[in-house]
Design a protein around this ligand. Structure first.
Ligand code: NAD
Length: 399
């Protein structure tokens, strides 16, 4: 097929996506990260990429090229970003001068405000392009031999995707569905604001970490073992999470009020999100805590920790904070500020705990040293919020 796809990134997810798309489509892998593209190209050499599927089947394919040259965007019909959100801006920026009108650019997964970031990086060209935000990555996957072999551990049945402009939804989603194959089923979501505020990680990850390591429940001492993340959710953490998700709901209701006709149905509560996404995998769905404690997909997952003299301290540089706060929770907080809504639990989960929580947020750039700095800033528009969030996430990652 001469339908041309760029698959961006070089981590677990990007390698899997490249292997999958290259079976049927003219696919070029692009990574701007250091010398990753050259390394990957050398690792693969003359071989085909080998992708093992959940049933044990193996697919072999070869990307047309693996490069760090942004000008390949000139022939692309679809550009898929399969990298952590801190890298999205760089891809948008570097591709922008080369892209042809009508190019579909999708982030997989999107984080909050992906459409706003895209519009701001593309400038005048944005109106000729189609942006699609996927709520999540459809695969749980790992490479088994870097650059050469990877395994898909599981594929989701459905994933939501929102298209900006909405008028391009049919065109974009049919192309993307073709790329992904039969599973997952790509389900149309009304708008990218819904995807942004649905973002479950922005509440779950910082909320559960606050519940375990925040000043209200932790004495600051290292623990003998890394605590269980989901199975360790207790009544206190459940309360934190419920308050956070309720605050996000109040943002949704206010948005519906100020923008009549706006459909926020996909920006649901955390409990509803569990029911939507993990149906049949939870033994007990009577409460949010039960959903998290009894979800088979979460069995044994622990808090991200650092070992200190044989004991465990929380890893505050891990994605759960360094990605989910700046490109997740900050979006919700920024929008709440614009709407003049208070979000006491979101603020608390991120700005209290001077001794333990905040002092250790060293991953944050100097400017945004404490999370409360971002949160108390009187943001005037979402573009500023999104751009600052992305910069912070990037700085965290590079720290
Ligand atoms: P990964 O950690 O393997 O991705 C690493 C890649 O990110 C690198 O290979 C590089 O391409 C890029 N990168 C790293 N540092 C960079 C920097 N400083 N500048 C520019 N680029 C840089 O992650 P992954 O497993 O491929 O996941 C990608 C996204 O999908 C993440 O947002 C993750 O949360 C999400 N996700 C992954 C899975 C999974 O099963 N792997 C499941 C659900 C969601």
């Amino acid at each position: 097929s001469d339908f041309a796809v760029l698959c961006c990134g070089g981590g677990n997810a990007a390698q899997v996506a490249t292997g999958l798309f290259a079976v049927r489509y003219n696919t070029i892998a692009v990574s701007f990260f250091a010398d990753e593209a050259a390394k990957w190209k050398a690792a693969l050499g003359e071989d085909e990429f080998e992708l093992t599927l959940p049933g044990g089947g193996v697919m072999k394919s070869k990307p047309k090229d693996i490069t760090n040259d942004p000008s390949v965007a000139k022939d692309a019909d679809v550009i898929l970003l399969v990298v952590p959100s801190f890298a999205h801006g760089e891809y948008f920026e570097k591709f922008a001068p080369h892209m042809k009108p009508g190019t579909i650019v999708a982030t997989m997964p999107a984080r909050s405000g992906g459409d706003i970031l895209f519009a701001s990086k593309l400038g005048d060209k944005a109106k000729d392009m189609i942006f699609c935000g996927f709520e999540t990555l459809p695969w749980a996957c790992r490479f088994t031999e870097w650059g050469k072999k990877a395994t898909v551990l599981g594929t989701k049945n459905n994933i939501l995707a929102a298209v900006s402009p909405v008028s391009a939804t049919k065109k974009a989603l049919s192309k993307l569905q073709g790329l992904l194959g039969v599973n997952p089923f790509v389900e149309e979501s009304p708008n990218n604001l819904g995807i942004s505020l649905r973002n479950p990680g922005m509440c779950i990850h910082p909320g559960v970490m606050y519940g375990r390591w925040g000043p209200e429940s932790w004495d600051g001492q290292a623990k003998d073992e890394a605590p269980l993340f989901y199975q360790g959710v207790d009544d206190f953490t459940e309360k934190v999470l419920t308050s956070m998700t309720d605050e996000v709901q109040s943002i949704c209701r206010k948005m519906e009020e100020v923008a009549p006709g706006l459909n926020m149905k996909d920006a649901c509560t955390l409990k509803q999100w569990y029911l939507d996404c993990y149906d049949g995998q939870m033994k007990d769905t009577s409460s949010l805590k039960a959903c998290m404690n009894t979800n088979a997909a979460y069995d044994g997952l622990k808090h991200p920790c650092k070992e200190v003299e044989g004991k465990f301290m929380p890893d505050l540089k891990y994605r759960y904070l360094s990605e989910d706060i700046p490109t997740g929770l900050c979006f919700a907080k920024g929008l709440a500020e614009i709407l003049e809504l208070s979000t006491p639990q979101i603020d608390k989960a991120n700005s209290s705990g001077i001794k333990t929580w905040q002092d250790m947020s060293v991953c944050l750039s100097e400017e945004c040293r404490t999370l409360s700095t971002i949160f108390s800033r009187k943001s005037g528009n979402m573009c500023t919020v999104v751009l600052q969030g992305c910069e912070t996430a990037r700085a965290c990652n590079n720290a």
